[in-house]
Design a protein around this ligand. Sequence first.
Ligand code: S3P
Length: 415
Amino acid sequence: MQIIKPREYFDGEFELPGDKSITHRAVMLNSGADGTAVITNALTGEDCLSTCRCMKTLGADIQVDGTTIAVKGTPKFESAKELDCGNSGTTIRLLTGFVAGKNITAKLYGDSSLSSRPMKRVAEPLSLLGAEVATTEGHAPVFVAPKKLQGARVDLAISSAQVKSAVLLAGISADGETTVSEPVKSRDHTERMLLAMQANMKVNGNEVTVKRSELKSLSLCVPSDISSASYFMALGALKGETLCKNVGINPTRTGILRAFDKLGVHYELLNKRVSGGEETADIRVKKTNMRAISLTAEDIPSMIDELPLIALLCAFADGESRITGAKELRVKESDRIQTTTELIQNLGGDCTATEDGFIIRGKKSLTGGNIDSYLDHRIAMTGAVGLIASKTGGAIKNPECCAISFPDFFEKLAK
Ligand code: S3P
């Protein structure tokens, strides 16, 4: 149990952990590249350590020291491997595409939460390239058999950076050309990193085309994760003023800022610069009286992981907010439509779950109370924000899951 006390005022300057999506990709892509890369400000939370463990099993030389990860790529991947992806959806989905292109046998599996998440969405597009990927009734364990791949066109029905990346990682080992398109552009860290590693690739709007590529290793300093920063940004908006330093502001990830614009939250981007092919800034957020908002399908991909927190902010906003087109939330680490709704209700808020989102009737303040993380890191951290901003505070059950993406979250909050 983690006890959280309410605060009248919350302010401070925060350095956040490295970006989870970028760290996964930096470890995976460098494992298949020529040379040695040093990745600094890497996230060494449990999910990224799962990627490190899998890439080591496949033969890469990986040394983790604090927040620095050194990766020496392997020219040849080892076959017949069991790859334990832990709780990490990004690891299992990207790695399925990666190993499908390496002409090897592998079994990819994870914990019970990961085993309940859909894997056909990766297996089916990869089969269009000739890959042999068998799921277990649509889920992990996933079995990849050696096959020579042939480039193909893949039109994704849902926008998913994990699925898009799996296809691209297979595509760089296939004969011919592979094109992947998606309805709304999802995060593009894979594309940016592949380009920086000299892959043979073209981006045209929501469509990406790759050809067989030999990757050059890439050392980089990972920007801080806007998803981790968002909890401290929200506390600034609710309770005072916060400054989050060196945060990645890739436009495919900054949906929370567009949600802030709609809510009327005052924020500023300071000290803009570029780090590791990604734009970063310091983000200052000040307390604001928020108004209700409406978010629809095209808003969702760039704020997908922040939606529980945005729903919580709506519970403090003036009026009725509606979030639609967010059905993907049902297949995250928990069913986040269900768990976010329960979280807001347990805090004393008014939230109704719909099939693909939420209806939230805002109140000036929430009471507080005891809440459950449902073993989902984003729900635990959203809950902590809600409790700090509530009247009584309360306790969070199973808070340790924060280590998935933000190992020292509660320490940072206490400072
Ligand atoms: C991620 C993509 C998103 C996101 C996840 C990380 C990535 O998932 O929710 O936390 O690093 O590619 P989907 O691709 O399933 O939308």
